[in-house]
Ligand binder design. Sequence first.
Ligand code: ZN
Length: 359
Amino acid sequence: MAEQLAFNKPKVELHVHLDGAIRVETIMDVAKRRRITLPAATVDEMRDVCSLKEPATLTEFLSKFDHYVPVVAGDREAIKRIAYEFVEDKAKQGVIYVEVRYSPHLLANTDVEPIPWQQKQGDLTPDEVVNLVNRGLSAGEKAFKTKARSILCCMRHMPDWSSDVIELCKKYRDDGVVGIDLAGDELMDTESYPGHRRAYEEAVRSGIHRTVHAGEVGPASVVWEAVEILRAERIGHGYHVTEDQALYKRLLDQNMHFEMCPLSSRQTGACDPDFTKHPLIRFQVDKANYSLNTDDPLVLNSNLNLDYEVAQKYMGFTEDEFKRVNVNAAKSCFLPEGEKRELLRQLCEAYGMVGDASP
Ligand SMILES: [Zn+2]
């Protein structure tokens, strides 16, 4: 690409799904090896199948995963490979630190009930999935010099998986896993599905960092629940929190971090498709603590630079705001304090900033 990048400096990304960031070429490759029939014959056709062209609903958005996640699920080589290639892709986009999230259960084919994607029972457990992703990420980190850590996702419609998820977070906390997340249909509240609440209580007890998808398409009350019941330290998206002014104001005062995904919010129908009316503009004016992220670049046919471009073109973001956003992302990341300080130092040096390197 010859065009000018909106922010051609080191970046930090905190909200991106591993299974939403697979290369189309890799899906084609793995399908061929595993003799899986795809609904498309070429990379371009397959890209069309996997991605959304127009703003849709979150349900339509999520249905895209059905076309390609089964190709890599249950396959050791493919899982390690997508983690490794993910780091390479992020390095190319100027990301120096990334937290990538996924549900280990959705890539497994045994020790998971029900077995996802109508796979036949195999011998790949959620535990081994985490191990494979860790191996892929750490090989990628060595090769491409982008630091990569992971967040394990609970799924709202699968509360029985959540106790495994928190146990895996604890088991692998010194091997690349830095936090827990809750993803999926926000209408499934944690009152009715207590498995998630219990997992988050255990996360608090054992010092595992917590983020929650909330207020993306759901109302501000889901953000309230994430903060009050699940004790989230960061909110995934959170656009609709502004509908509850008192809560919004309180979270601003608490310096709550919001993981914002501009292109994603348009394609999922979470926000007005007119970017000049995006809630992110309000967050910017209020000097809120937030980051800019891709969410699911495969499904959105996007990359991080496009999210920055949209922020610059339609939301009035300046170079200084991009710097502030990334410093905030580094301060709000789930790395241990020493590594966080080092990340902040790297950013401040690259941005020509002095002083503000305290986490
Ligand atoms: Zn997400």
